[in-house]
Design a protein around this ligand. Structure first.
Ligand code: GLA
Ligand code: ZN
Length: 707
């Protein structure tokens, strides 16, 4: 085996399969707890996340700890070879704590302290809360860090939100002092002479508030950065006693996809394994493709955050949620398909929320593996069991990954800045959607992608697509230029190179520091109403062989070519005949510029021409029908190819002639293949040498010994 990542744990020899397990809700019913284990084995589960919201059971009164119940649960699971992500319970704290120490409660942007209730709403600065968490985590770690059931730590739950209390204000001011050193620097960065907002005393600084400051973009941006840093700092403190007790146990926390409130790229360093919670509304529309694309892109972010190291699908629902506007049950096939989709993009496990449906409170009707009926004779249970079976069959795939040739930049700070700016289309700039549109074209053609932030090292990629790179942080333009000079293909669009890291506009012509590598100057940008359209038309015999006429909408950048060549022109309005797509040669590479927001047919054609022109690889050298994608994991010897049909119709797929094995059926593989609605195929072939992950040395450091 050439290129494999270490597994999450040496105790499980393949994929993880399991759920959030909340036995603390069932302690009065020992029969239920015993039955749980029988059912877990029947469902082919090998892992449970335990104790996520168990603080009140673990410490019912201040300083009085009850661990006996958890001992019993963990012992029983260990005896049955079901392993445990042990949680730290900081996601929700007990009422006695809020009563005695109100400072643990969050203050909202209107400066109102919340009452006790709900969850995920602590003050992450409060020294009392940090101390209480430290005491709890120390006890848990000392007691369980060597427990045979425990394979790692599930730190807190879905960190999120912000606190505006006085402690947080002080911490924010200290953060700003560290960052700027002086008020002069801060005032310059915040352009605070505007509207006389000059700060003359650190104490004047307040976090953004609906009844106070909202208009200073530099402040807004810094506040968001601070919230991320402070959350990461809180998390670091949570982790410290955990690692002290046993540095070999991996640590994760469950992210929430592309949740806007925290820049996850700043949190991954503290974690050994990245994991996330995925709750798509399957079957909400006529077609699930767009949703599949959205989920796929998030999987690819999670894999890219640790440079290809397998991540984990920590939560998903085996049936429905109960918080979406409509809860449609998964159609036959969808549970297996959506679970395997995570695996196809690099997850080393599939886990659910939750194991057993709660009897009361707000999640009593949320999907779970075991329903209120209490037995295994349900469609959902059998679907889960089937996923477990398939994951066992696919065991050898665990630990493999992919090294894509393509990177797509989706950057949190860039999104914050775009959303905050008042500009050409306050009706919607659609940054995330635009990134997704490019992603979709890659997905439809079965091209693996790393979705990265703008600070990523670009050296290992051949094509880098950076839609709407409005903010360009220091070093980015230099890295892009070096990448292109060395032979890389770079794609940028309108609304790029407008502001620096402080949200200050670049002077001297847009796209700022990207201007010379792109070889264009953007003079104006036209915001279009939803009912407006323009069109672009390709230049005959252009170097990309792109042909046709495409619709442009929402944003049309009016550019001048400097050193670039024109591939397409606008056809309408007063800027008819002005360049709409350009390419600039620099060194051995090419830098493309797409001046308008275009629609799906353009993205599909543009990507497919780039692939042809620049010799990029697809997972399958074949055209895939609508709704179908192909993804790959490989160890450099065997390629594991996942073909997934998200359409509700049967789709024909024509495989290229290669030495195929069907991993799920063991049957010979026909080259002409019909894939049923929501169907999957997992095929193996000898590796063709593309997409081999580079497993960094030292990656195994934090995993248990003896592997
Ligand atoms: C989140 C939480 C879980 C549960 C699910 C319900 O992901 O982490 O505790 O509330 O949502 O979908
Ligand atoms: Zn606070």
């Amino acid at each position: 085996m050439r290129a494999r990542y270490p597994l999450v744990t040496s105790k499980i020899h393949g994929f993880l399969h399991g759920a959030d397990y909340n036995p603390d809700q069932w302690l009065n019913d020992p029969d239920v707890l015993a039955e749980d284990v029988r059912l877990m084995k029947l469902a082919n589960c090998n892992v449970m996340s335990v104790g996520i919201f168990a603080w009140a059971t673990l410490e019912p009164e201040e300083g009085v700890y009850h661990f006996a119940w958890l001992d019993d649960v963990l012992n029983r699971l260990a005896e049955n070879e079901i392993f445990v992500w042990l949680a730290t319970p900081s996601g929700a704290r007990p009422a006695w704590m809020a009563q005695k120490y109100p400072e643990v409660l969050r203050v909202n942007p209107s400066r109102q302290r919340i009452l006790f209730g709900s969850r995920h709403n602590h003050c992450y600065t409060s020294p009392v809360y940090r101390q209480k968490v430290h005491e709890m985590n120390t006890r848990l770690a000392e007691r369980y860090a060597e427990h045979p059931a425990v394979i790692g730590w599930h730190i807190s739950n879905e960190y999120g939100g912000e606190c505006h209390c006085e402690l947080c204000q002080e911490a924010f001011r200290a953060w700003l002092r560290r960052k700027y050193g002086s008020l002069d620097n801060l005032n310059r960065a915040w352009w605070s002479a505007f509207w006389s907002h000059t700060v003359t005393d650190w104490a004047q600084i307040q976090s953004p508030a609906p009844h106070g400051e909202t208009m200073v973009h530099g402040l807004n941006l810094d506040w968001k950065r601070f919230v991320t840093d402070q959350t990461a700092d809180f998390m670091r403190q949570e982790i410290q006693p955990i690692r002290a007790a046993n540095p070999n146990l991996p640590v994760t926390t469950n992210f929430m996809g592309t949740y806007n409130g925290l820049n996850y790229w700043r949190m991954v360093e503290e974690l050994d394994v990245v994991s996330w919670d995925s709750y798509p509304t399957w079957h909400a529309g006529q077609d699930d493709t767009a949703l599949a694309v959205q989920v796929a892109m998030t999987h690819d972010i999670n894999r890219a955050m640790k440079h290809g190291r397998p991540f984990l699908l920590m939560e998903s629902t085996p049936s429905t949620t109960n918080w979406q506007p409509v809860s449609k049950v998964k159609r036959p096939g969808m549970h297996l398909l959506s679970s395997i989709q995570a695996i196809a993009h690099g997850s080393d496990g599939v886990q659910y929320f939750q194991w057993r449906k709660s009897r009361g409170s707000s999640e009593k009707l949320h999907g779970a593996v075991v329903d209120h009926v209490g037995h295994e004779h349900t469609r959902v249970f059998q679907d889960v069991r089937k996923v477990g079976e398939v994951l066992q069959t696919l065991g050898p795939v665990a630990g493999t990954s992919v090294r894509p040739e393509v990177a797509l930049i989706f950057d949190w700070e860039n999104r914050w800045a775009i959303e905050d700016a008042q500009g050409p289309r306050n009706a919607g700039m659609h940054y995330e959607e635009t990134v997704r549109e490019y992603y979709q074209a890659l997905w439809e053609q079965g091209i693996p992608v790393d979705v990265v932030d703008m600070d990523a090292d670009l050296a290992s990629y051949r094509l880098v697509i950076a839609p709407m790179l409005y903010m360009v942080r220091p070093g980015v333009a230099e890295r892009v230029s070096a990448f292109v000079e060395r032979g890389g293909i770079f794609v940028a669009t309108y609304w790029s190179g407008i502001v620096d890291e402080n949200d200050l506009c670049f002077l001297g012509g847009f796209p700022g520091p990207l201007r010379s590598i792109l070889g264009i100057w953007s003079e104006e940008i036209d915001g279009l109403y939803d009912h407006d359209v323009n069109h672009i038309e390709t230049v005959p015999a252009n170097p990309l062989s792109l042909t046709g006429r495409y619709e442009a909408h929402e944003l049309c950048d009016l550019i001048h070519v400097e050193t670039a060549d024109v591939l397409a022109y606008y056809t309408g309005d007063f800027y008819r005949g002005r360049p709409a797509i350009t390419v600039n040669r620099a060194g051995r590479g090419y830098a493309y510029y797409v001046a308008s927001r275009n629609r799906a047919p353009f993205h599909y054609d543009f990507i497919s021409k780039l692939v042809k022109r620049h010799g990029l690889s697809r997972v399958l050298e074949t055209e895939l029908p609508p709704g179908v994608t192909a993804q790959i994991r490989t160890d450099g010897e065997t390629d594991y190819v996942f073909i997934m049909n998200f359409a509700s119709q049967t789709r024909p797929v024509r495989l290229p002639r290669q030495r195929w094995t069907d991993l799920l059926t063991g049957e010979p593989v026909a080259l002409e293949h019909d894939i049923e609605p929501f169907g999957i195929r997992v095929l193996a072939r000898p590796s063709d040498g593309h997409f081999i992950p580079i497993v960094p040395s030292g990656v195994a450091v934090l995993t248990p010994a003896g592997r």
